[in-house]
Design a protein around this ligand. Structure first.
Ligand code: KQY
Length: 383
């Protein structure tokens, strides 16, 4: 059901990822011009991500009709598989941004307390500048998911991907200028107009802008979910390097200085936890040669710096699902930092996450949490 008005107008806001989920949605990779060797390696890693998350919360995987049987064979029975066509498998960006409300609004006739935002989408930059030129099936993913769940839909004409925003659930949003102010997204909107839409749709009051995302994250134009995320209210994890010769150094330093000078919507000074990036890692000849390069997708070239970051993890109910890249020292360090940062969660490292970064993202980018539906306090009975 399409809703008129904005989520905030109906009393909704986007909860933090650490709030309880009813399930996690994941797409199934198959396009040969993005996933090498007919997507077999990516499918193995996606399946491992789905299995790891399913130890903590229900998982639904969406696969095209031609992949449904293969996905069914590769995934255990406790994972639901729904047939769904899509252009690629990045549900963080093409799935709904779920919002909830805990208090009824007198102005709202909605009888559900969880709903989804359907942002506009142009495959990360539109024809020629984006990742592929036909995203017509991606545009339907939100309606299909909300339809399966019988949840209300808030349509939005502004182009935005879920990986370009992070919230603390207490009124603060983190994002990057490199992505949201990029002329390939909403060229006719000012920063103030974009802020206004974020406030009305995510229910936030304060937006912390980092100038740039992770070095090499050209697919997304610097999504925040590779660079920085909330660990809890008042604390963020930041992709980091101590190597002054690495172009990432300048970006991390710039972000650190802004974050350290920022307060959140509740007036707290932000604590910054550094999370070292792996590598640097580059696409090999062998990897690039396994990708069909004559398709509709942007070419993948050997020697390209991979946008690899441990910040791109997923918070499940009681679990942290963390990419591992085969950099022994940094992989182990990331497990340690995340275990200390989330002492009440079990950290599960996913080996072979390099296969996802070869496609342009990581675990956070391929997942979409659906928050549990709160029991709503009736309007006028707040306590
Ligand atoms: O960072 C993300 N949220 C998604 C990455 C998508 C890359 C498309 N090739």
């Amino acid at each position: 059901m399409d809703v008129r008005g904005t989520p905030a107008g109906h009393g909704f806001y986007m909860p933090a990822e650490w709030e309880h989920h009813s399930q996690c949605w994941i797409g199934w990779p198959e396009r040969q011009d993005n996933w090498r060797d007919n997507a077999v390696h990516a499918q193995r890693v996606f399946a491992n991500v789905a299995k790891a998350i399913s130890m903590f919360e229900p998982v639904t995987v969406c696969a095209s009709s031609s992949q449904w049987e293969n996905a069914r064979k590769m995934l255990p029975r406790n994972i639901r598989i729904v047939e769904m066509r899509m252009d690629d498998a990045w549900f963080r960006d093409t799935g709904p941004t779920f919002v909830v409300r805990k208090r009824a609004s007198k102005l709202s006739s909605l009888d559900r307390n969880v709903a989804g935002i359907d942002w506009n989408f142009n495959a990360w930059g539109g024809v020629d500048d984006g990742c592929y030129n036909d995203w017509s099936h991606d545009l339907l993913v939100v309606r299909k998911i909300l339809g399966v769940e019988r949840l209300p839909r808030f349509p939005q004409s502004m182009i935005l991907e879920g990986g370009s925003i992070h919230v603390d659930g207490e009124g603060t949003c983190l994002t990057t200028e490199e992505c949201l102010l990029n002329k390939n997204r909403n060229p006719n909107m000012t920063k103030e107009q974009i802020e206004e839409e974020l406030e009305k749709y995510l229910g936030v009051k304060k937006i912390v802008w980092l100038p740039r995302g992770l070095y090499g994250d050209e697919d997304t134009n610097g999504h925040i979910d590779n660079m920085c995320c909330f660990a809890r209210p008042g604390a963020v994890l930041l992709s980091w390097t101590d190597d002054e010769t690495d172009p990432q150094y300048e970006r991390s330093m710039e972000a650190l200085s802004i974050l350290s000078d920022s307060t959140d919507a509740c007036g707290r000074k932000l604590q910054v936890i550094k999370l070292h990036i792996p590598g640097p890692l580059y696409m090999t000849e062998e990897e690039a040669s396994g990708i069909v390069q004559d398709g509709d997708a942007k070419p993948r070239l050997p020697g390209t710096r991979l946008a690899a970051s441990y910040v791109n993890f997923y918070i499940a109910n009681g679990g942290i699902i963390l990419p591992q890249f085969g950099d022994k020292r940094r992989d182990a360090e990331a497990i340690l930092v995340l275990s200390q940062t989330f002492p009440h969660h079990t950290v599960v490292g996913i080996e072979g996450a390099r296969e996802i970064v070869l496609g342009g993202g990581n675990i956070h980018c391929i997942t979409q949490q659906q928050p549990s539906e709160p029991t709503c306090v009736p309007a006028g009975e707040e306590y």
